[in-house]
Ligand binder design. Structure first.
Ligand code: UDP
Length: 406
């Protein structure tokens, strides 16, 4: 893992000095993150960068996982979907499955941190341990777009949320009416991680070769778990519309997350849709950050045509690589893409196809928006800004009456 000084050439020395000063004030506090998976998806991605950096700054930080079986993760996936406002609703039986596993985790997971930092709905019920034994502070970090949740699911979760000392959301539109303090903190990417660091051309070429991708026509790429909310079928349809005018190829690169039971089904639908088109490359990547990095760097256009998105780390990853990005105008994506300045926002398959063609036909325009995107990410969405926000949040819990500006 990169030493904190290594960020100085990217963000400037004063940013790192600030981090050190704030970290000093957290000496003696133990921060405990808890979520449901160590790999796959944005939460694990961020914690893998965040935890070692906090430690390096001298803030004692640990990361624990809850456990759950197949049935539990089916229910939490359903919860995830309906909190995003997708059709359907959780049943009483679903909630009972959720509570059964939660009760087991409440018994088995030790919440020893001075600050217990719970990520997303899966471990939310651990807060029932609050006040039993250790006098710790509890934060619920919501990574989901809950601007328009199904009511039964949200009412169920809300019972837990109100027990926390604070809640954190990714974008202003996700904030909820709650009797606890709320913070708006956007996620971030680590510019020095394997996922985002500069790569030699030979590495990029080797990855393309490994997957039999020849660079004889432009490459359009979406990197995402195989999840309907990422709309991989819509991406194929957009590509097919583009291909009538511009010969090109599509990479759909994804893995599955340990807490996502739907992945295999969606992957089968995607394979069926792609049929035998030799220009569609469906890559089931093992957890391999260098390969994702190389594929993003090899791309002419990056797409993120999600139907719902908490933040959309892949957008930041694409922009940081100065790529022209076409992405849906939903969730946290418009925080990252100012339309026609740092990328193009779309609202439909046709819109996505139109924007991809625009980039393919105007390389100078594509280059300019990619460069603007990189600077926007540098200013607002790198891990150093995120570390600062989290540390100020931790401090604010010990000063509830003060206003803390994040
Ligand atoms: N990712 C990956 N391999 C994959 C699919 C996704 O490494 O096969 C990474 C992707 O690069 C990004 C994260 O997983 O860093 C996904 O975060 P995002 O916010 O885009 O979506 P989420 O999966 O959290 O909904």
């Amino acid at each position: 893992m990169a030493k904190i000084e290594a960020y100085i050439p990217i963000v400037g020395a004063s940013v790192i000095d600030d981090l050190r000063l704030i970290a000093e004030r957290l000496k003696g506090k133990l921060i405990q993150h808890i979520n449901s998976t160590a790999v796959g998806g944005g939460v694990a991605e961020i914690l893998n960068c965040m935890v070692p950096l906090l430690k390096e700054l001298g803030v004692d930080t640990r990361w624990d996982l809850i456990k759950g079986g197949e049935q539990f993760f089916e229910v939490t996936k359903k919860l995830h979907n309906v909190l995003h406002g997708r059709p359907g609703e959780v049943t009483d039986e679903d909630l009972e499955v959720f509570m059964q596993t939660s009760r087991k985790n409440i018994e088995e997971v030790e919440t020893y941190g001075d600050i217990v930092f719970i990520h997303d709905p899966q471990p939310i019920a651990l807060v029932n341990k609050k006040g039993a034994g250790k006098d710790n502070k509890w934060i619920w970090r919501c990574h989901i777009d809950v601007s328009n949740p199904r009511q039964k699911a949200w009412r169920f979760l809300r019972e837990f949320v109100v027990k926390y000392d604070a809640a954190v959301f990714s974008a202003p539109s996700f904030a909820q009416r709650l009797p606890i303090r709320q913070f708006l903190i956007s996620p971030s990417i680590d510019p020095l991680s394997d996922k985002n660091k500069e790569l030699p051309q030979e590495t990029i070429d080797a990855v393309l070769k490994k997957y039999n991708i020849v660079r004889d026509k432009p490459i359009i790429t979406q990197v995402s778990r195989f999840d309907r909310l990422k709309d991989p079928i819509g991406v194929i349809e957009a590509y097919q519309q583009v291909k009538r005018y511009n010969d090109c190829q599509l990479i759909l690169a994804g893995g599955t997350a340990a807490d996502d039971p739907e992945g295999a089904k969606v992957l089968a639908e995607v394979r069926e849709k792609a049929k035998t088109d030799p220009d569609i490359h469906i890559l089931l990547l093992p957890q391999n950050d260098i390969e994702v990095n190389a594929l993003q760097r090899a791309s002419d256009v990056i797409v993120q045509k999600s139907i719902k998105e908490g933040f959309g780390l892949t957008v930041a990853e694409g922009l940081w690589k100065a790529k022209p990005v076409v992405a849906s105008n939903i969730g946290g994506i418009p925080l990252q893409i100012k339309h026609k300045y740092s990328g193009l926002l779309c609202h439909s398959i046709e819109g996505a196809a139109f924007s991809i063609k625009q980039f393919l036909n105007s390389p100078e325009y594509a280059k300019k928006l990619g460069e603007n995107g990189r600077e926007h990410i540098r200013n607002s969405f790198l891990i150093t800004r995120h570390l600062r926000d989290y540390m100020l949040l931790f401090l604010s819990l010990y000063h509830p009456e003060d206003i803390v500006y994040l």
